[in-house]
Design a protein around this ligand. Sequence first.
Ligand SMILES: [Zn+2]
Length: 477
Amino acid sequence: MAMRSWLAGATVVALLGAGACGSPATKPLFKTDPRLPAPETAAFDPAGVGDPYFPTAGNGGYDVSSYDLKLRYDPATGRLDGTAAITATTARDLTDFHLDLHALPATKADVDGTAAATRHDGDELVVTPVAPLTAGQTFVATIAYGGTPSPIEDRRFGSGGFFRTRDGAIAMGEPASASTWFPVNDHPRDKAHYTIEVTVPDGLAAISNGVPSGQSSQGGWTSWRWEVTAPMAPYLAMLAIGKYRVVTSEHDGKPVVSVVADTVRGDDAQTALARTPEITDFLAQWFGPYPFDAYGGVVVDDERVDEALETQTRPVYPASTFRRGPDTVTVAHELAHQWFGDSVSLTRWRDIWLNEGFATYAEWLWQEHEGTSTVRERFDRLYRNPDNRIWSVPPGDPGRGGLFSDSVYQRGAMTLQALRDQVGDDAFLTILRTWATTHRDGNATTGDFTALAEKVAGRSLAGFFDAWLFQTGRPQL
Ligand SMILES: [Zn+2]
């Protein structure tokens, strides 16, 4: 997500999530952090993965490998009808399992082709197959559902998820949004492949993530198909339905899908989007190869979207991002997230600096490349101010309410520059690239990062990371 401090004072409608979460981790979560129990020892909860900041986000007991979504949306009525075929594997014996589904009634469910019972418990959809599932069993749950979607409202994060627009709909939001348009294990810990087919009236576009895989029309309706071949965290799924200008090109043999709302005036949005391949290539020099098989961006024009979001392969930008020119800094931020956040995803929301600190650092790298300011200048300017609020919030544990605080972004980025000063350019580059490679398509924690940095540096950095990530007060240089 783009840096919130740019929108000082605005009632941020940045999108939240309500989440529910994923599946058991396959490795210890917190190698160097004894302050929280590893998830293996946490009690099993069918209605949450046990994320310390969002205990009810996601669900326990299984891991999804793919979602096959078929959706039909009628902008005239605001009604969404869908079928989700969810392939998952159990981590334990289960007599029932939960999916997260917000405000949309399920009308029918089966598990491996046999009808299953469902009941709604708030935003949890509880599915009970006729026979219990056994540990290690792979199954396909098919859920038919339909109704009028509504966003998730959160006092802290605003509203997120699916909302109706003048000519269609937009679905996006962090930390959660997916459960407003499909049944899902809604936590970044449970990443999966997706096929997404969206049927809308002829003349409207239906944009989502990944590789475009065809369109077909019948009876006044057009189906748009998208394939997400690399695992994706649920909050990174997006949907934009409406009148859009869609330009498809190619870069490195991969599709680039650039999408701008019809109502956006001037060329600045398109001009900024057109630099996506160039900016991605620049970032790849720092972070290693771009991790996905498609590129792009979507510029939406609705006042309720006032923050960009790094939705996988296809970030969403509000029209306001480009109102004062082709702002490529925000584009660099969201593209950096493709490595940090999207390919290497969070295991728990507390580690959000691994996303936002890295994306902010990428902004600084891009600005240096563009000749606007150097990374050193950005660091020094922030460090010089002892009264900056970032010193009172530890980015490694900012609190649920501080998830998108300035500290997470700015002090997070400063932590990387301070690390670079500690270990030198070569080791720093090795750390960044090894991080992106080792955890590509996976999940990781702050403990994983600090352990990697220490391994590359060949010495303990415990005091360094503690001061920068976990203590209040300005660290000594
Ligand atoms: Zn961000």
